[in-house]
Design a protein around this ligand. Structure first.
Ligand code: ZN
Ligand code: ZN
Length: 418
């Protein structure tokens, strides 16, 4: 073991970790020769950061700029910072990030911190800090949500996250279990991960092509506690797996990914829906969410736990009460089969059909890269500072596609593709 590798937990297989780095660069980003890369990660993920940077430069990267975060540094702010600071964000930094994206810098985010890190901190401060950050980050986020550039998220099995997912286990055992789950879901637990991703992308493309051919006007979800009609936006387009950013690069933004997804109509959602998995939102667990929609807007929201936080989120802006995404994931997806609650959307959203409150993806429209924000809004696309996915799928959910003439086509039966 070289000096550089000394801080990898023995529980993490270095070969699979290296494959994950290679997949992030070659499949996740499809990083182009000469292209710069902006990377964020928790310090705990440094072993993966180092491998990704190595693969990036070997792939011809221009300049790779990492920014690392640390759990203790984050906590210090919430415990000791002046009150007024919670309405502020480093605007200068986010402006620079937006400028980098405008200059075709690719974006990679490694997640791996304890998702419940802020659960014991002052909820009002957490919410104010999140809002200030969302506002400051908006110009950069628009370039990500608008898919201007190739971007990717991957995960690293940090010890504090592993302890949350596998409470009661020894640290090494928990890290090993989370590492194996991440490697399996990210399709790097085989000798040809690049080939495995090509096959997976082809399978997802078959689903999106069928859905795009159907041109449903709405989807109807029914199951325990759920009777929901989700109107689809005019000229919506289903996406899944690899897709092409406006800069012409075909990449896989989420690793792992199992979903096919599109844009709902922000003003045409009716009925009620019950969440099927807890939502981990900025350190708060929100459980048994029940909401009712009228003309696309949430008019009542309840939760058995975290209801106050849920209602705060819904009050972020008008778009926070409307949907920006609807996604289909079979109940038999590998992440769902693992039975693990990861407390992280990147994984949990790939275990189940889900909907997202807030901002829509402009790429989920026919010719979406040429539409102005006004045109997207006119077609039913939602706008918000937030985008929060929560799970509504299970082995008991049925979904029908509804055509303009009212004809219904089975899409899912008991949680699986019909
Ligand atoms: Zn999704
Ligand atoms: Zn989403």
């Amino acid at each position: 073991m070289t000096k550089i590798e000394r801080n990898i937990a023995p529980a993490i297989d270095p070969i699979k970790l290296d494959r994950l780095a290679e997949v992030a660069v070659k499949i996740g980003l499809q990083l182009q020769p000469g292209q710069d890369l902006f990377l964020t990660a928790p310090v705990s993920a440094l072993p993966l950061v180092r491998r990704i940077v190595e693969h990036a430069y070997k792939a011809g990267a221009g300049l790779v700029t990492p920014i690392l975060s640390d759990e203790q540094v984050t906590l210090a702010r919430f415990r000791y910072a002046r009150d007024e600071s919670f309405d502020r964000a480093p605007v200068w930094l986010y402006e620079g990030v937006a400028k980098a994206f405008a200059g075709n810098t690719a974006r990679l985010a490694i997640v791996g911190d304890n998702p419940m890190l802020l659960s014991g901190e002052d909820a009002a401060k957490v919410s104010r800090a999140n809002k200030a950050n969302s506002v400051a980050y908006q110009p950069a986020l628009e370039k990500i949500a608008g898919f201007d550039i190739n971007w990717n998220i991957v995960a690293y099995p940090g010890a504090s996250w592993a302890a949350q997912v596998f409470p009661g286990e020894d640290e090494d055992v928990a890290v090993a279990k989370l590492a194996n789950a991440i490697f399996a879901a990210s399709r790097v637990d085989n000798d040809d991960p690049i080939g495995a991703w090509a096959a997976h992308n082809a399978a997802l493309r078959q689903r999106t092509e069928w859905l795009n051919g159907q041109r449903f006007q709405a989807l109807h979800f029914s199951g325990p506690g759920t009777d929901l009609t989700v109107g689809l936006a005019d000229d919506h387009e289903w996406q899944g797996g690899a897709s092409t950013a406006k800069n012409g690069v075909t990449c896989n933004p989420n690793i792992p990914t199992e979903e096919v997804f599109t844009t709902p109509h922000a003003r045409k959602v009716e009925g009620h829906v019950t969440s099927t998995k807890p939502l981990s939102y900025q350190g708060t667990l929100i459980e048994d969410i029940q909401v009712r929609f009228e003309e696309g807007r949430i008019v009542s929201a309840k939760a058995s736990r975290g209801e106050e936080v849920l209602n705060k989120v819904l009050d972020t802006d008008d778009g926070a009460r409307r949907l920006g995404e609807v996604a289909l994931v079979p109940h038999s997806s590998p992440i769902s089969e693992s039975g693990i609650l990861f407390y992280n959307t990147l994984f949990d959203e790939n275990a189940s059909c889900h909907i997202a409150l807030g901002q829509c993806y402009s790429k989920c429209f026919l010719g979406g890269d040429k539409l102005s924000p006004e045109e997207i809004a006119a077609k039913g696309g939602n706008k918000s500072f937030i985008h929060i996915d929560w799970m509504i799928g299970s082995g008991e959910i049925d979904i029908d596609g509804i055509h303009a003439d009212g004809r219904r086509v089975p899409v899912f039966r008991t949680g699986e593709w019909a």
